[in-house]
Write a protein that binds this ligand. Sequence first.
Ligand code: GLA
Length: 741
Amino acid sequence: MQAITPRKKLASSIAIIIAGMCMNTVGFAQQTTVTVETKQNALVLQTDKDNRLDIAYFGARLANTGDYTSIASQYTGGLVGSGTYNNAYTPAGSWNLLEPAITVIQGDGNTSLDLKYVSSATKKLDDNVSMTSVVLKDNLYPVEVTLFYKVYYNENVVEQWSVIKNNGDKPIKMQKYASANLYFRAGNYYLTHYNGEWAQEMKPEEDHLEHGVKSIDTKLGTRADLFEPPSFMISLNKPATEDEGEVLLANLAWTGNYKIDFEVDPSNNLRVIAGINPYASEYTLAGGKDFTTPALIYTLSQHGKGEASRNLHRWATKYRLVDGEGQRLTLLNNWESTYFNFDENKLTELFKGAKDLGVDMFLLDDGWFANKYPRNSDFAGLGDWQENVKKLPHGIGYLVKQAEAAGVKFGIWVEPEMVNPKSELYETHKDWVIRQPERPEKYFRNQLVLDLSNPDVQNFVFSILDSLFIKNPTLAFIKWDCNAVIYNAHSMYLEKQGLPETHLYVDYVKGLYKVLERLRTKYPKVPMMLCSGGGARVDYGALQYFTEYWPSDNTDPLERIFIQWENSYFFPVIASCNHITDWGKQPLKFRTDVAMMGKMGYDIVVNKLSAQDLAFSQQAVQTYKAISGVVWHGDMYRLVNPWQNPVASSMFVSEEKSRAIMFTYLVSNRYMPAATTLPIQLKGLDPQKKYTVNEINLYPGTHSSFSGNNTFSGDFLMKIGINPNINAGRASVVLEINETK
Ligand code: GLA
């Protein structure tokens, strides 16, 4: 018999649904309570007297499971409509007066929908993961909605989505079809959301939510996050800090138009409705068909943003990213050193540079393809994926072999969803391009978007990658770019099929996922970078197919500290491609130290480095290889916030708390910049353990101020801290903290 450990026992006894029947205290019909629990939290769903499903509670777990049934009666609410605002999936057109989660036009044109509780079930998928589903139905019309809650118990992460089914014969039109509808009861609500532009991604803003609806959304179609990504935080009662406060961190796993509504209702509670953007996206569901919405992925912490982000990191590396618990390749990219201006010989020289540096791989960027309209600038060639014979007379195969002979792997850039009007693809397949035939074309980076709702286009995009792999089986890496938004949204394909125009934004993303799914089935492990002219496409829908993403084209290390800092709340740093380039005024050491805080790469001309810079970089690559295990797989703790201080500091701690790496950077460029005159308190160590602290990644010829007795207890390091002695002459410091017996 297999012994049940106390941890396992606890997990199995609580990660289950309690679909108990119990009497409502006010004596109406029988109530059903469905409890979705993680290690720390409970989401309690409960039917009301009309058998509609409400959210009775979402917050820290109660000690006694039986207490959940008593929560609802403690909230008496207001007058008009009270008792309905907390519906678990709010329908439009019947009793609801606020922002709906679902709006449907029925087969006969009727605009009403009401959803009543039918049943619920929980399946245990393994020791840690369970799936709760709750079926709701309209009693008048044949519409059925199933709410899904996939629970990752130890990580405190929930993936929530819905499946909408048309059980009738006639088609219905869905005007809004949210993934999740949540409800919070607190004194105040603070929404942190992000805005951006090219090279200025992930700028945070925190709003105190007032009554009414605040929405974040995108209508860009592709590279949807350019102005506003689908990642957000909600602090309850007061703005959460790194280690204090109740806070929800969430990301909508959808690589296209999304909309998230935050509505403070008349009872002062917060309704959150997240899903595909209804904008120009009315979706027709034929009789007998169903529609699966993308998942909202969220975690709730009562101990600040730091813990919430570590929840997401653990979840993402274990369950979401491709090879999240594996290794990553260090690389040399040629984009900034050559742009479009290269040939076979120049590249072969660069391979040697990659080998000299000691990185694992060379990544060939844009400009290697197209012949009739050669890709010598971003004005032409996109779509024509044949090697340019002038630049590469011996093809990619030759380059792969040359790189391997030089001792590095070879990876390649593609932007397969796009087309330049100056291309053979455009000339032969105008019908594959998203455009309004009657209107002038509007370009974004001189290009247009291919219509991925069309299966022929899906096949074409798949075949670009597939043939690269077939011809070059040792191809080690793909950088998948996406540099245009959708203007003039019109699909010739949908028109020919007699399908509504308003399916395009949704079917585009579904088409993209189909291609990526096919690719991952055939090539499950090959590392792929999700890039979109910088960080304009980072979400957990796309990331399930990728090993990493490109946070921004802005590689100025000072800027990157902030961009990487904000992204790190939602995505583990193993996925963050941080390249050392010539951007910024900081010395090479500073640029390298910033890149090390994630997945390090280079985009420089190696043979232009001074002897000292080269020696430093060679050593840095080796140092990085020695510490990357802790950075990629350890727990991240943010120590000093660069938005509020002249320095930024964060650290990564191994699971056994035996090793940690701490990065500290000066971010103030004021005259006489503030030095760290105070120690920085470390986090995540074992107070009982003893640690030695050493400075690593020193530039040749410099001496560390860390000499002498560097042994401290974990208790000391966390209560008093350590001073990395940052100042204008020591603008970045990397410390290695090792347990000593
Ligand atoms: C985008 C990417 C860059 C580079 C260029 C190539 O801008 O973000 O890294 O690959 O495209 O055209």
